[in-house]
Structures are given as structure tokens and as C-alpha cells.
Design a protein around this ligand. Sequence first.
Ligand code: NDP
Length: 480
Amino acid sequence: ARASIGLTGLAVMGSNLARNIARNGYTIAVHNRTTSKMTDMVEAYADEAREAGGELVGRESLEDFVAAIERPRTVVVMVKAGSPTDAVIDELAPLLEEGDIVVDAGNAHVDDTMRRQAALKEQGLHFVGMGVSGGEEGALNGPSIMVGGSEHAYENLGPIVEKIAAQVDGTPCATHVGPDGAGHFVKMVHNGIEYADMQLIAESYDLLRALTDRTPAQLAEAFSDWNGGDLESFLIEMTADVLAHTDQATGTAFVDVVEDAAEQKGTGRWTVQTALDLGVPVTGIAEATFARSLSGHTDQRAAARERFGSAVHDVEVDVEQFTDDVRSALFASKVVAYAQGFDQILAASAENDWDVDPGTIATIWRGGCIIRAQFLDRIREAYEAEPGLKSLLLAPYFADAVEAGAAAWRRVVATAATAGVPVPAFSSSLSYFDALRRDRLPAALIQGLRDDFGAHTYRRVDKEGSFHTLWAGDRSEVEA
Ligand code: NDP
């Protein structure tokens, strides 16, 4: 039988995704540059596929692989991001025919996706940028899938991805996000939000550890408690798991034997870079990305420690009250990070005519992906109730929660500053909230300075038009 779909690139993600497709009863052609990986994989999982009514069809050459797939062909490429993806597409494209669909399921930068889409369109091929979240486990058992591409491509790919995705309340965590780069863009922002989420959790842990004199195992209990409330999420659950873990070699808390220099693969950085271009403040994601960079500057950190000392200043806190305050600060800051991420998606959608529906994005992030959380149901409801919402912060549920937690949020940021514990994401999120609701911002002074040194002009509160003051002359105002 001809395969319904093909997949090339059988490293951990590709092989798990292919197994997932076969386990859902599909016949899938599989291929890998290094053939042994393909033959090993088919040997190991052919039975599993057959039992589910599916089949893994292994092919050694790319030509035979392409020939095994039903037309119009849907070919998923899941190889190393960047130039390897281009190399595989270049090899694949000449073997395909008009109407065939090439799906890049790797983590690609949206600019690369737009470029590849335009190039393949000239050859009569459809290109899909497909964001897959959920790591290895998700790929195998049900990821969250964000598809960007043509209607034709989704007609063919959609039924399969909706079947293999995680399901929440009977709804698949997969959707046609929009054309060309929309899927990869939304996946990128998902990862950016994941950076912010993790940074906020890390700041919570750091504060509680520094100021409430508890062991990581004891703090694991606090996070487990939080997981029973409105913070319920995969990342909070995993935080409890990691904090409770003891290093087997030394018998000490695992978190204390890990080097405190965070690494990154680039999606957080891309999120911030594209946000700067779009002019959307994503302070939570930016602070999270910079915090990872800072942690890696170990020489600078050592020099600063030597010069200034590393002691945390003694601050008396009521353990129960402070723990609850940190929980409130975490929730409010998290709302800010998500509000900013959704703003970025909507800004890109408007700029590129993607027509992305934010409620649908929240819906497909409820399961399968790393940021899956109860919280996303509230976001879905917020956008359903008010599609033109100006900010997620203004949705009644979130507005009430942030307002109720604002005093605690301020206490936490003030306490952190007094103690000398860094909370870049907490404090910048609070500043973002305060800036949004301030009646007059000092931007007026900035406009005045710009006009004074560079004649950049300014607008007035009391009449239309642009104006310039003759600063070096008689200081009269002229219309620009
Ligand atoms: P890797 O990113 O390590 O890629 C390895 C695969 O790429 C192998 O199949 C390898 O073939 C193939 N490959 C590399 N270079 C070439 C080339 N020049 N020509 C042909 N094939 C090549 O694998 P992962 O499974 O970790 O990730 C796959 C994709 O999924 C990446 O784009 C990644 O960004 C994305 N992703 C990964 C996630 C994760 O949690 N790991 C989560 C979500 C997305 P060979 O066996 O011959 O070396």
C-alpha cells in the first residue's frame, strides 16, 4: 500500500513522531540520511505499527521514499534546523510533483520559513512550517501542533496532525494557525513564553530558598501545593519533581549539583528579536532570555562577587505570608508574560495578514506542549468572550486576579530589592503593569529631549499636528 505521508529525519523527534503517526493507523514512509537509523527504527517498531493497523515503510533512497507516498504527497522533514533543513529540501524538491506538500517540522526561524515557502511555490509545491511542541514525549504520545501553510496543504495534513496531537476535552491540540510562517511564528512565541514561565518559577524558587530557610525538598512541597490551584501546569509540576530529586552520586539536592549557567538554543532570542522589529514590548520574555545570558557570564559574576560580596541581606519574612505573596507575584507576572506573547502574535498576524485567532492558539496549547496549563482555558475563554480584547490583562478573570494580587506583587519585588535577590522578570512585569495604567508617562520628556537635540518634533496634547521648538533661537514653537 502507498503511504499516506512520509517523514525524513529519524532522530529522536522524527522517529517518535513517525511512530505516533503509525500508531494512529496510518501507513507512513520513513527515511533517514544514515540508513541504519531507519532500518533499526523500522525493525524496532514495525510490530507496534501493525498492531495499530498502521505500517512503517522504510526506504533507503530519497527517490524510493518519495515514490512510496500517495499523491498529492505530504513529506515531513524533521532534521537539524538551519542549513541541514535547506539541504534536505533542495534534494527533495526536484523529486516532487505539482501540488505536493513539504512540511518542515523543525524549529525554524519565521524568515527562513517565508523564504522556503516562496521558493517552493515557484516550483508548484506547497510548503508548511509546522511547529511541534512537547519534546520527545509529546512527539510520541501527542504534541501540540501549530501548522502554517496553504488551505490545500492543511486539507491533506490536517486530519493526520489532528489525530496524532494531544486531545483536551475531545479537542485536538493542533490547528491551521494561518498561511506561510504563521505556524512557526506561533511556535517560536510559545517557546518565548516558556522561557518567561521558567524564569518566573526560578525567581520564585530563589526567593523562597533565600528568605524562608527551606530545603529544595521542602520547597518541592510548596510547588506541589501551588499545582493544586490556579497555577496548575506542567512546568510547576515538573519544578516540584526536580526540586525533590536527590543526586545519587552525592546524596545532596540535585539542584545544588547542577552548574548555574543556563543554556539556550535560540527560540527565546528569536522571539525577542522579532518583538523588537514589531515594536511589541515582551519584557518578560526578554528578561528571561537575558537572565540566561547573564548566568553564563561566569567570569564577570566571579569578579563582581569578589568585589561586592554575595551575601543576601537579612530580611524578616513571615514564611506563610511570604510564600503566598510569591505565589501571587508569580501568577500576576505570568499573566503579563502571556499578555505580551499574545500581543506579539497578534502584531505579527496583522503585519502579515495571517488572521491568527488567539483563542484557538490558547486552545491548542492546553495539552501536549511544555506550557500546557489550566490557565490556558481562561485565556481561551477571554478571547472567546471578547475577540478584540486590548490586552489579556484586561480580561475580567485576569484583571481581577492581578488587582487582587497587586499588593503582594509589590511586597515581593520590594522585599527582593531589599534583600538583594535578583528578580528581573517579576520586577519588569510589575513595571509593565504600572506603565500601562499610568496616566502620564515620562515619554513626554523624552519627546522634548529628542526635539531639543535632534529637532525630531513632538505632538501636543491640545492640538493636532507636529511641532518643533526653536531651542537655540527665541524658543518659539513652529509647526513642523
Ligand atoms: P537533531 O536536531 O539532532 O537532528 C538530527 C537529524 O537531522 C538526524 O536525522 C540527522 O540525520 C539529520 N540531519 C542532520 N544534518 C543533515 C543533513 N545535512 N542532511 C540530511 N539529514 C541531516 O534531531 P532532533 O530530533 O532533536 O530535532 C529534529 C528537529 O526538531 C530540529 O529542527 C529541532 O529544532 C526540532 N525540535 C526538537 C525538539 C526537541 O525536544 N529535541 C522539540 C521540538 C522541535 P543523520 O542520522 O544522518 O545524522
